[in-house]
Design a protein around this ligand. Structure first.
Ligand code: ADE
Length: 239
């Protein structure tokens, strides 16, 4: 089954790039919006798509839903992916017992910053609530925590974001999963989400400081889980 792994930041993806022999792959396109695409020399049919960097400053990754949607379009329409995996970092919650380095396998994804209070139907659309793909045995086998994932386009938050996150019962706050899930759901494509905690949203330390301080540690935890999981469950047989 052709599979695409979508990740936002190159820092998070470095171990995947080396472990799976990922080399740059270019699509013929006039569009200047460029995600970074890789294909695996070890597993033909396995692709990595990064959100890519901001043209005005190459050190800035285009985190968030816009680049995640383009990555999903590339995966489905141009690469023919039949399964998508979204892996990356997220904020966790002390009130839910999370700590830095915890790794979640998502069961559902929501939007906490898309609000359209016109009617119940519009509100349901805005909230999202997409089902993610998982098998029950994966939690124990790969030491994943069970999680609901909430998506918005800011690293920090306003109070209303947190109200909705708590209303959903979400465990991880990040910036891409629901956008990818929205497109996958309409296309009947299974989406697996794996998120590693870099910062504790209700822990009292400014998110950007905690995020930068823990990015390496959380990325290491993420790649340990991801490499084992991909190697044993996904990259098997002919893709
Ligand atoms: N990625 C890592 N930590 C995050 C947070 N607190 N909010 C959004 N995205 C994140």
């Amino acid at each position: 089954m052709k599979t695409a792994l979508i990740m936002a930041m190159k820092e998070e993806a470095k171990p995947v790039i080396s472990e799976f022999g990922m080399t740059r792959f270019s699509l013929d396109s006039k569009c200047k919006w460029k995600n970074e695409i890789y294909e695996s020399s070890k597993y033909p049919g396995f692709y990595l798509i990064l959100n890519g960097s901001y043209i005005k400053d190459q050190n800035v990754s285009k985190v968030g839903t816009q680049a995640a949607c383009v990555a999903t379009f590339i995966a489905l329409e141009l690469l023919g992916a039949e399964m998508i995996i979204n892996a990356g970092t997220a904020g966790g919650f002390a009130s839910r017992g999370n700590k830095v380095g915890d790794v979640f396998l998502g069961k559902k994804a929501f939007y906490h910053d898309r609000r359209v209070p016109i009617s119940k139907e519009w509100q349901a659309f805005a909230r999202g609530e997409y089902s993610l793909h998982f098998k029950k045995e994966w939690f124990d086998k790969y030491d994943f925590l069970e999680g609901f994932i909430s998506t918005g386009n800011s690293l920090d938050f306003v109070d209303r974001d947190l109200d909705l996150i708590h209303e959903f019962g979400a465990h991880a706050k990040e910036m891409e999963a629901a956008a990818i899930a929205e497109i996958c759901e309409e296309n009947n494509i299974p989406l697996i989400c794996i998120k590693s905690i870099t910062d504790i949203v209700d822990g009292g330390i400014p998110t950007h400081e905690e995020f930068m301080a823990n990015l390496n540690k959380a990325s290491e935890e993420l790649s340990k889980h991801l490499l084992k999981f991909l190697g044993q469950e996904i990259l098997i047989g002919e893709l």
